[in-house]
Design a protein around this ligand. Structure first.
Ligand SMILES: [Zn+2]
Length: 387
């Protein structure tokens, strides 16, 4: 057990940072401020950066020998909601070698491991080859505003290149090099509405949406499941939310269904939407409206031969861990960082099976191991040929 990592994680879990899902609350800022203060106590430069509505990222930096190269360790400050938890969400408790509380593994555990490793790197007599940036960002669980703000700032730095990024999420310390993206949209059908005793000649939007959902299940979904990506498996399409009607004795004048379409590496979510819209309107005509996506997220797809990915896998192998590259169905900030041209992997202590659950927790031995691995990753050499 790494008592420093456990103590810091306890501290971070005890500061609530539930994502306000668009509400104007400072949400992540108290925990961002605590991290900045902790960094100052360790002699590390750290700054808050406002993302939106008083919600902040925190960015800590330890300079390396090569001022042109930096490696980024990013994890998120926000958590999901705490209703229906079986353990006190903000009073961390340690039982049988595990720490329980909201954010324990998703993603304050990975972030605490990065911060303790950064402190160790800062204390070491020899500076790291590359500058090390540890960023705790806001809003990963909702609209990714924190990572987008971070990328905006990094793109503005003319003299320093970020050569690779490790995104902290609970991956059981496996290297995730690919994950799915998502496209969510609504399909809406409107009708004239009327008295339910006189339904003749009235289009009933509930019936139309039922036909649309059947069409998707029978004719669209099977073609998706036929082709699987080697690391993340097949794409999926799920009708996830349905609403319609105003009362039990009225022909409804509207019905809508939300779709959740998980995309594969290489798929463009906007193109996925256009194709879906064309198939649905081609079949049902213009009375069925396929609204533009209300949420899209990119898939993550690294070149397996990328030297940064190879460097990360090598560190894991030397630590005696499984260093094979894997893919996941869930998404992360890594896809946005990779889309900005920075090779990005997802890696952290804890299990995704414990994230977002009523008993969220993390294995403290794995947390300690994550500190060792992060420290080795922070010492990766700058890539050759950097100009
Ligand atoms: Zn997460």
């Amino acid at each position: 057990m790494n008592t420093d990592a456990t103590a810091l994680l306890s501290d971070l879990v005890s500061i609530p940072s539930v994502n306000p899902r668009g509400g104007a609350e400072p949400a992540e800022t108290p925990v961002a401020r605590r991290i900045a203060d902790w960094c100052a106590e360790q002699g590390i430069t750290a700054e808050l950066d406002q993302v939106v509505d008083g919600r902040c990222n925190v960015v800590a930096i330890v300079p390396g020998r090569d001022p042109r190269a930096a490696v980024l360790f990013e994890s998120h400050l926000d958590t999901v909601e705490v209703e229906h938890m079986n353990t006190p969400p903000f009073t961390p408790t340690v039982r049988d070698g595990r720490l329980y509380g909201r954010g324990a593994c998703d993603a304050k555990g990975p972030l605490a491991a990065f911060l303790i490793a950064l402190r160790d790197i800062a204390r070491a007599p020899e500076p790291p080859a590359q500058t090390v940036i540890v960023a705790g960002v806001a809003d990963e669980e909702h609209e990714y505003k924190g990572v987008l703000r971070l990328l905006e700032n990094l793109a503005g730095e003319a003299t320093r290149t970020v050569t690779g990024a490790v995104v902290g999420e609970p991956t059981d310390l496996r290297v995730v090099v690919a994950h799915k993206g998502v496209m969510r949209c609504r399909i809406v059908v409107a009708g004239p509405g009327g008295h339910s005793s006189r339904p003749w000649g009235l289009e009933n939007p509930i019936e139309t949406i039922a036909r649309v959902v059947t069409f998707l299940a029978e004719e669209v979904t099977p073609s998706l499941t036929a082709a699987a990506h080697p690391l993340v498996g097949p794409a999926s399409l799920v009708p996830s939310l349905i609403s319609g009607g105003t009362g039990p004795n009225t022909v409804p004048n509207e019905c809508a269904v939300s779709l959740d379409r998980r995309t594969l590496p290489g798929e463009d979510p906007e193109q996925v939407w256009r194709e879906l819209r064309d198939r649905i309107t081609g079949r049902f005509g213009p009375s069925v409206t396929v609204e533009p996506p209300f949420l899209t997220d990119l898939a993550l797809d690294n070149d397996p031969a990328d030297p940064f990915v190879a460097g990360v896998r090598d560190v894991l192998g030397r630590a005696g861990r499984d260093s094979s590259a894997i893919g996941t169905g869930w998404g992360s900030d890594a896809s946005k960082i990779a889309a900005a041209g920075i090779p990005s992997v997802v890696l952290g202590p804890g299990s995704i099976g414990d994230a977002h659950t009523p008993n969220e927790s993390i294995d403290l031995a794995e947390l300690a191991e994550a500190v060792e691995i992060a420290r080795a990753l922070m010492r990766l050499p700058a890539p050759a040929g950097l100009s």
